[in-house]
Design a protein around this ligand. Sequence first.
Ligand SMILES: C[S@@+](CC[C@H](N)C(=O)[O-])C[C@H]1O[C@@H](n2cnc3c(N)ncnc32)[C@H](O)[C@@H]1O
Length: 245
Amino acid sequence: MINMKKTWQQQWNVVYGVNKDPNREFLLFPLLLKTSLPIKGKSIIDLGCGNGSLIVKLLKYKPKEIYGLDSNDQFLKFAKNNISDKRVRFLKSDIRRRLPIRSRHFDMAYCTFVFNETNNLDSILKEVSRVLKRKGRFYLMTTHPFFPLNYFLYEKFTGKRNNKIRNVKGYFRNYKGGYILTMARRTTPFYNHRVEELINLMVKNGLIIREVRELSTNSKLLKACPIYAQLKDIPRVILISAEKA
Ligand SMILES: C[S@@+](CC[C@H](N)C(=O)[O-])C[C@H]1O[C@@H](n2cnc3c(N)ncnc32)[C@H](O)[C@@H]1O
């Protein structure tokens, strides 16, 4: 249950901190890392790096450098506490604006679970394209638009059932909502982005789609957290891999 004495970032860090989220540990990051090999010697940017949980994993693959960008001071503080490695630089930055980085600097860009918290995807993808080298790779991982995350989190944290999780009503509306649960009194913004919006904006910004994956569970996640069996027929996460033209 929610501890109201903690800030919402502390609360998030408890549930999704480095090596703590079974989804990232058993399903999402292993697939993301496997899909994005080779990583060795690459210059990498992680947009919306949060507490640095992906950067910790990426470092094991011997990249040349990693820039972690986030707009939130407290997440950047967690990230800096979690990681002290000369190859890593953290920058406070709103990724919807022009990034403080020269064009064609990076071989690879990652953005995981940020798009469902933000609008202006066109501006973000324009910048991703600008800072990537030609043939640079972009990996977008976000909540699948068929998965009503806001209702799921309500169930997860309150233990109360919410039958709205069974449908994808409102899919064609570009609505902005908030997680129904307010983490320590703060409502996290939730933006619904359709699959066609994600793909078309990537194409518009010169990113060639290489692969799309729709994920729900796998045997390792189910073993660690049997509760996910009830969600196995629902696409929960989408991974789009692209290459700068
Ligand atoms: C759900 S967390 C995901 C963090 C990390 N990528 C991960 O997968 O563990 C979303 C992160 O995106 C950041 N974020 C949201 N909107 C942003 C923006 N416009 N610019 C930069 N960071 C943003 C938040 O501060 C937060 O750290």
